[in-house]
Design a protein. Structure first.
Length: 216
């Protein structure tokens, strides 16, 4: 069993809440995982959803190395001072190869009651979507930032250099917009033919397709 010890410091906890909250879980595969390379690692994230702002953010993240099989157990200890009883929490996970590329992942965070963690949390991983149905279209933003995007009614795949990120459709803030998000707070919003992208904490706006630069 892999143990994650997080020294985090959450407003809103009562005096009866312990300083450390222990979450126990298991990573499992929805399909046959087959042989897992010895260099495979698992990245587990605790995602906080703000009820007041409808905003998600990762409040804790740790990586386990040498994942050789699924299912595999983990224990996550979280300092209660970073948690807020007014918000909601979920766990997400990804498997990465030795090049840090995502090969398996959970589709959405699994809800967890961090203040009453009395049962094992099962996180079901699925093969990472690496072959979208449509072609990739190159986009250029107003600040010169470029990326490639393929999307359909269920989700989108973004290429940023050698990185490839999968996102799912989410509720839009306006009726005419299409919005894609992932568990790491990355986001793409398209409205009236103009696209904005938010990755790694940086926003790029005014993005539009570059003619004759589509790829398969």
């Amino acid at each position: 069993m892999a143990t994650l010890a997080l020294g985090l410091s959450l407003a809103g906890c009562g005096s009866d809440t312990p300083e450390q909250i222990k979450l126990t879980g298991q990573l499992e595969a929805r399909a046959e995982a087959g042989r897992i390379d010895a260099q495979t690692s698992a990245r587990i994230s605790l995602v906080e959803h703000s009820v007041s702002t409808d905003h998600d953010q990762i409040v804790a993240e740790r990586t386990l190395h040498g994942i050789q099989r699924l299912p595999t157990d983990f224990t996550l200890r979280v300092g209660s001072a970073l948690l807020d009883t007014a918000n909601e929490y979920g766990l997400s996970a990804q498997l990465l190869n030795d090049d840090s590329e995502i090969i398996w992942q959970t589709n959405v965070p699994t809800a967890v009651d961090v203040f009453s963690p009395d049962k094992t949390i099962k996180l079901t991983l699925m093969p990472y979507r690496v072959a979208p149905e449509g072609p990739f279209v190159t986009y250029r933003c107003s600040d010169g930032f470029r990326f490639q995007l393929s999307h359909d009614a269920k989700g989108a795949v973004v290429r940023l250099g050698k990185r490839q990120i999968s996102l799912h459709v989410a509720k839009s803030l306006t009726a005419g917009a299409t919005r894609y998000v992932d568990a790491h707070n990355d986001e793409i919003v398209s409205e009236n033919g103009v696209t904005s992208i938010y990755f790694d904490g940086i926003s790029h706006h005014g993005c539009s397709p570059v003619p004759d630069e589509s790829t398969s």
